[in-house]
Write a protein that binds this ligand. Sequence first.
Ligand code: 9D3
Length: 250
Amino acid sequence: MKFDIITIFPDYFGAVFDYGIVRRARAAGLVEIGAHDLRRWTSDKHKIVDDRPFGGGDGMILKPEPLFSAVEGLTGAGEAKELAGTRKRVVLLSPQGRVFEQRLAAELATCEQVVLICGRYEGVDERVAELLATDEVSVGDYVLSGGEPAAAVVVDAVVRLIPGALGSETSAVNESFAEGLLDFPHYTRPPEFRGRRVPEVLLGGNHAEIARWRRRAALLKTRRNRPDLFARAALTEEERARLEEEANGC
Ligand code: 9D3
């Protein structure tokens, strides 16, 4: 599959995709990642990509024309509707997007081409979200300086889901988020560090008991750190009842 990132800072991506699983997937020919300078699709002498907002206000807005030309040049399609029924997506990274999550990562991993549009300045002309992008995506509720770090996050999360990218030993299917729970806590040597002991059950070889401890620890950690995930988690009635009992001091 191919990623095409449209940005005014192509050099930002100089080394982020040169490490770990993403590097290996590129080397194996499973994925190709290109970062393209938006100014390549301007036609004026000064390569202008932005303009002042209609209605007034601070900051500059990315103009639609270079973005539409870039996507048309990279995908062959000038509007999102032409991509319906294909395995190509055009993702606008924006603070106004729906929040990126594992489900969308898995969907993008089935595509032949994903174009990522990085915003900068105060924003992007809304016609890009309306007509050009198939998806408008945020990576979370905090303010970034631009879409570039968000694009790197999306590429990383998607590449590891491409069949073959993780290698034979690990499967993305049984990763924690797929289940809607956080991972259980992990420990290695030494068995005691700064007064904190590794839970005794993990030091013995009772695998059924270890599996029960891990499931329970994952549930407790998810309830504490991510009540939003916990509320939607696929727990058995017995698991919910047992945690409930303990909350009531039984
Ligand atoms: C003044 C209002 N701001 C909107 C919340 C302006 C603004 C802030 C940050 C406009 C653009 C940006 C740059 N951020 C992104 O392009 C971005 C982003 C983010 O800031 N947070 C989470 N996900 C993303 S994806 C792209």
